[in-house]
Design a protein around this ligand. Structure first.
Ligand code: NAP
Length: 209
């Protein structure tokens, strides 16, 4: 998946450079990318890689100070952008800032996500997974995760679409997980399908029934 994504980045970079006549390396003419949840983890690495590919990168972070610290690590072509994907006002302000500063967005990377809100310090993933099967998980927990991972992605994408439509070859990249793959889950014998079934519906592993 990574090479495909980076090919897409490269395509956008090339097209944008052509359209904006990039001979003079004016930062305003560089393709612009926004990465949500880029203050740490995979998002931070994506931000670094995009800067290395010639992008100006908006480092989305729900905490501006953490975003600013990350931006220093990413490099001079990065700017911190306060963006909480569950907060409509924060999303609207972020879109407005992108519009004012750049007038367009070439790449949106929906990376911000959470896996839980209630895992206790010291609790193992296995212990937490036992408490969060579809059969017994609290609906508040499900709602909180969906608020970020599903509705947050939709809200940010909707807000950024007018800016993406101003770009010559815009791309939206949604970061996901193999565990969410419909293909992998549809293959009964795949380890992902087996672990999903165990994590959701079966009170006991199939081998013990
Ligand atoms: N790591 C893996 O093994 C793995 C595997 C499969 C898929 N993924 C996917 O890869 C992506 C990044 O994961 P990661 O491992 O890098 O996770 P991570 O280190 O926990 O980073 C998640 C990022 O999302 C941000 N975030 C959480 N809620 C947010 C909100 N409401 N608004 C804005 N930002 C928010 C976090 O901000 P704070 O720093 O403020 O918490 C953080 O910057 C996710 O989409 C995840 O599903 C990761």
């Amino acid at each position: 998946m990574v090479p495909v994504v980076f090919q897409a980045y490269q395509d956008v970079s090339n097209t944008t450079c052509q359209r904006h006549n990039m001979e003079e390396s004016n930062m305003q003419n560089k393709p612009v990318a926004l990465v949500t949840g880029a203050n740490q983890g995979i998002g931070l690495q994506i931000a670094k890689d995009l800067v290395a590919q010639g992008f100006t990168v908006l480092v989305g972070s729900r905490n501006l100070e953490r975003g600013e610290a990350a931006t220093k690590e990413v490099g001079p072509d990065a700017r911190a952008l306060q963006l909480d994907v569950t907060d409509g006002a924060s999303i609207a302000a972020a879109a407005e800032r992108v519009r004012k500063e750049f007038g367009r967005l070439d790449v949106l990377v929906n990376n911000a996500a959470i896996s839980n809100t209630s895992k206790l310090p010291g609790q193992s993933i296995a212990e937490y997974a036992k408490l969060t099967r579809a059969s017994n998980v609290s609906l508040d927990e499900v709602r909180a995760v969906w608020e970020t991972n599903v509705f947050g992605v939709l809200a940010v994408t909707q807000a950024m679409l007018p800016l993406l439509r101003e770009a010559p070859a815009a791309r939206i990249v949604n970061v996901s997980s193999g565990v969410g793959s419909l293909t992998a889950n549809s293959i009964r014998r795949s380890p992902i399908a087996r672990s999903s079934a165990l994590a959701t519906l079966h009170p006991r592993p199939p081998s013990t029934r």
